[in-house]
Design a protein around this ligand. Structure first.
Ligand SMILES: C[S@@+](CC[C@H](N)C(=O)[O-])C[C@H]1O[C@@H](n2cnc3c(N)ncnc32)[C@H](O)[C@@H]1O
Length: 225
């Protein structure tokens, strides 16, 4: 599918965009505890000892670009499965030369489940995730009981999952999942990141587009117990 993002320009992902082929092979029984490969995505960054955040579904990469400049002491890894958005975001980030932001071309739920080590993430950011409104597609939503258990595993103690959506039905889904998994996560009020502009909740491309349409937004933070 082409979204015409490059407008004929040649996009260069440089060493900011990471292809899925850079991931080590996984064993066929990788879902078993302890069976994940010996792999740590923090090693992709020049200063791997810094705090580490994940953004799922980075789109054009605006949040990664803005927030990584404001928080240079945090490494940000975006994960985007649509090739054209991945290339567009990586090219933007390469040109801006932010050393603490990279983006991986992969399915984020698979990456978290099969490759991510436990207890290393400060914040998982999930902003304006695809709502998949039809009931038969709800299983494609990123937030599921199983993914919440995986987020809980990869977050460090006190780490946070931050959720923002404009979609009322997806919000109700988030509220149900937060209530059902209350033993894993404490629900808190969402604090706007420093990169959010005036009147913005977080300041992504989708938020700016939906705001022009006058849509209200919902947000919550789930803190790992
Ligand atoms: C509605 S867009 C929002 C983009 C951005 N967060 C924003 O607010 O502007 C959702 C993005 O998530 C990506 N996405 C959806 N599911 C994904 C998954 N499982 N892994 C990686 N990316 C995913 C889509 O390709 C799309 O770019």
């Amino acid at each position: 599918m082409s979204f015409g993002l490059s407008r004929g320009r040649k996009l260069d992902v440089g060493d900011v965009g990471i292809d899925r082929s850079a991931l080590p092979p996984i064993a066929s029984d990788a879902a078993a505890p302890g069976a994940r490969p010996d792999f740590d995505p923090r090693q992709w960054f020049g200063s791997p000892e810094r705090d580490f955040d994940l953004e799922i579904g980075s789109g054009k990469g605006t949040f990664l670009l803005q927030q990584s400049e404001i928080e240079p002491e945090v490494n940000f890894l975006g994960i985007e499965w649509a090739g054209e958005f991945f290339r567009y975001a990586a090219d933007r980030m390469r040109r801006r030369q932010t050393p603490n932001a990279k983006i991986l071309w992969a399915d984020a739920t698979e990456f978290v489940r099969f490759w991510m080590p436990s207890g290393i993430v400060r914040v998982v950011h999930l902003y304006f995730s695809d709502p998949w409104p039809k009931a038969r597609h709800h299983k494609r939503r990123v937030v599921q009981d199983a993914t919440l258990r995986e987020f809980h595993r990869v977050l460090r103690p006190g780490g946070e999952l931050r959720l923002v959506t404009d979609h009322d039905d997806l919000w109700a889904w988030y509220e149900e999942h937060a209530a059902r998994n209350a033993e894993l996560f404490e629900r808190l009020v969402f604090e706007r990141p420093a990169s959010a502009g005036d009147g913005e909740v977080v300041g992504t491309n989708f938020e700016r587009k939906y705001r022009r349409e006058g849509r209200p937004f919902h947000a919550m933070t789930l803190r790992r117990r």
